[in-house]
Design a protein around this ligand. Sequence first.
Ligand code: PMP
Ligand code: GLN
Length: 378
Amino acid sequence: FPSKQAQVQTTIFTRMSALAAEHGALNLSQGFPGFDCSEELQALLAFYSKGHNQYAPMAGVPVFKQSIADKTCLFYGIDIDANKEVTVVSGATEALFCAIHCCVFPGDEVIMFDPSYDAYDPAVRLAGGIPIHLSMDAQNGFQIDWEGLARSITPKTRAIMVNSPHNPTGSIWTENDLDALAEIVKGTNILIISDEVYEHIVFDGKKHYSVLLHPELRQRSFVCGSFGKTYHITGWKIGYCLAPEYLTKEFQKLHQWVTFSSATPLQHALSDYLKEPDHYLGLSNFYQRKRDLFASAFEGSKWKLLPSHGSFFQCMDYREISDEKDVDLAERLTKEIKVASIPISVFYEKAPGDTILRFCFAKSDEVLLEAAHRLVQL
Ligand code: PMP
Ligand code: GLN
């Protein structure tokens, strides 16, 4: 069979979770909570599973789109038109795919910053676009090299992928980053595809700077969101895309052929749940405590923890422990000490030879402490 995607591998998340299951390892690899969503949300779903079981409107259930617009307005202090600027999708993965495919013409360049989330590059290639990978430097806190970005812009640059809080590094953008990006794209037709699925997980009193907050960026951005990380429901696969009307129209032309619409009962349940801000405002503190608990178990060890300012990932440098490649070490640790992680070289076009593994701390305290206990003994 002539494979259309001969060079494409199964994702690292599928591979590491399968390896973890095979070896009975503690799974700190694929990013999903090791605990359930709230009983209140479960009850809402049970309630709305009666009488709401047929197709939702293509762009989303109207009350849900309104709840998303209201919540965005409350959280960021900006107005969103629920009818013209919101599309409900089956997970941020779909939002990213549709955003890329609705605007990238064959031969267009799309810039992304490595380490970059693994869904971006293949979606650009499938659209006939050319991914342009710019590296962020671990030594420099994975900050973006703005001059390097400015130099990489060409007449073919169609879009720039941004992601804050960042997977896999946990770095976050500042207001200066928004300004720097705005300065570079001003006066061009370049679009922004902003992956903000960890918008509610930011630590140490810091703030999430959405591209929605910057008028120059907002008018050219697709903002991809997900409820998976915010409400501990990665298995529901439901999210949204916020974009100005002219982009939302194009986005929906794609979305209608990809999934048409997303699961109806989920939309009704989340629509009610979203109305209570406490359901997401406490999330940063919840995960900060887990980050700190996990980190404290490595004090005095040979692991060097990189700063995690947001998301639920902790990157750790193992150079004093092993000189293996990260892919090999991640596999060996899964098999031998039964702790699974993600090697971050997989998020690069050209891996820089760093010695860093990513651990997901969205797990019970017991699992985190047991994983740390095994890791510090290396
Ligand atoms: N972007 C990033 C950075 C992610 O970590 C994830 C995984 N939650 C996604 C997109 C995909 O989100 P979803 O599960 O809603 O498709
Ligand atoms: N976003 C999750 C992670 O980074 C994985 C999602 C998936 O498996 N597609 O681990």
